[in-house]
Ligand binder design. Structure first.
Ligand SMILES: Nc1ncnc2c1ncn2[C@@H]1O[C@H](COP(=O)(O)OP(=O)(O)OP(=O)(O)O)[C@@H](O)[C@H]1O
Ligand SMILES: [Mg+2]
Length: 359
């Protein structure tokens, strides 16, 4: 079991101008399930590959149990990695695929058999050990790839988008299986994805990155309820948070337009007063706004209705801005209809419009 620390880690590829990862700092406790999430190119794989030892760390320290291990070979790191394209050997059986790494390490045959059978048991692959990869479903192949990592008994698991080749249904299923596996094995997992739902459902803590820079580290609940900036606010959630432009009027209301005003709390008024003259954004999640029958101080027009089974997502135009509203499906709400919106006061956020930081 290991405590892992990344201290002021930078990565600059030899052939590129800027840094791909900038001043990355993270302490990982034993048995955590850390998810690195962010848009394409933000530096997730680079970070993971530096941890694995597949990529050199340009600056900073990578520490396991108090020891700086920047220069340790990948094979000496007690780390197992599962890649996006899990690349099974097509001519080998499931058993051979899973045992390959152990064979190379010259483990005794009996021990190899025990380890593979144990992993196959955990992964539900026992009856498939003699099959070839082409005789397996996508999810089963994915499990073989996980099996290859499990048999190594590593204390740290690295996974880079391991589910991205699977269809939506299998992804949900494998997501649950990986979470269970994590609990069962009691290992530390560092998992990379660009899918915020995966991050929110699997992680004990999420690291949100953009342009090589960590934007926020927190539990799923923290990053959802207290996003540090507008990037995190709009990245987390499906869809992300509404970021609404307006001004604070003399009555202490947030005003998008005359017929679209929201009463700010005294705390919010104070936060804005401290940032006098700075344009700001009001952040509120689609699930914290509802359409109500009684008139309210926010009026808009329904532009689009997206029904998804029990839930619907409304696009409501309020003074040229589109506000997303997520609620239970209501057949009565129609396009072009004028509606009144109500905001759940406890869930409103304020952000500095220029820096994007939470006020
Ligand atoms: N071998 C390399 N040489 C030069 N630049 C690289 C190399 N690998 C990655 N980069 C650059 O580093 C940045 C981060 O890339 P990285 O692969 O870590 O992103 P990512 O977050 O994993 O993205 P994705 O979600 O698309 O996999 C990108 O700008 C990328 O172009
Ligand atoms: Mg990547």
């Amino acid at each position: 079991m290991s405590k892992i620390q990344l201290k002021n880690v930078f990565k600059k590829y030899a052939n590129s101008e800027g840094y791909s990862v900038k001043d990355f700092n993270l302490d990982i406790e034993e048995k955590e399930f850390i998810v690195l999430v962010g848009p394409s190119g933000c530096g997730k794989s680079t970070t993971l590959r530096m941890i694995a030892g597949l990529e050199e760390i340009s600056e900073g320290d990578f520490i396991i149990e108090g020891q700086r291990v920047n220069d340790k070979e990948p094979k000496d790191r007690d780390i197992a990695m599962v890649f996006q394209n899990y690349a099974l050997y097509p001519h080998m059986s499931v058993f051979e695929n899973m045992s390959f790494g152990l064979k190379i390490r010259k483990l005794p045959k009996k021990e190899i058999k025990e380890k593979v059978e144990h992993a196959a048991e955990i992964l539900g692959l026992k009856d498939l050990l003699n099959r070839k990869p082409k005789e397996l479903s996508g999810g089963q192949r994915q499990r073989v790839a996980l099996g290859r990592a499990i048999v190594r008994n590593a204390s740290i698991f690295l996974m880079d988008e391991p589910l991205s080749n699977l269809d939506a249904k299998l992804r949900v299923q494998m997501r649950a299986e990986i979470s269970k596996l994590h609990r069962q094995l009691g290992t530390t997992v560092i998992y990379v994805t660009h899918d915020q739902t995966e991050a929110m459902t699997m992680a004990t803590r999420i690291v949100i990155m953009k342009d090589g820079v960590i934007q926020q580290i927190g539990t799923p609940s923290e990053v959802y309820h207290l996003p540090a900036n507008t990037f995190v606010a709009s990245f987390i959630g499906s869809p992300g948070m509404n970021l609404i432009e307006g001004i604070r009027n003399e009555k202490g209301y947030f005003e998008m337009a005359e017929q679209a005003q929201y009463r700010l709390s005294s705390e919010q008024n104070e936060a804005i007063a401290q940032n006098e003259n700075k344009p700001f954004l009001l952040g509120v999640r689609p699930e914290n706004i509802s359409v109500v029958s009684e008139p309210t101080s926010i009026q808009g027009v329904v532009d689009l209705v997206e029904v998804n089974g029990p839930d619907m997502l409304l696009h409501v135009i309020v003074n040229n801005q589109t506000i997303l509203v997520k609620s239970k499906t209501d057949e009565k709400v129609k396009v072009d209809q004028s509606v009144f919106l109500e905001v759940d006061d406890t869930t409103v956020h304020l952000f500095d419009k220029e820096t994007g930081q939470r006020l």
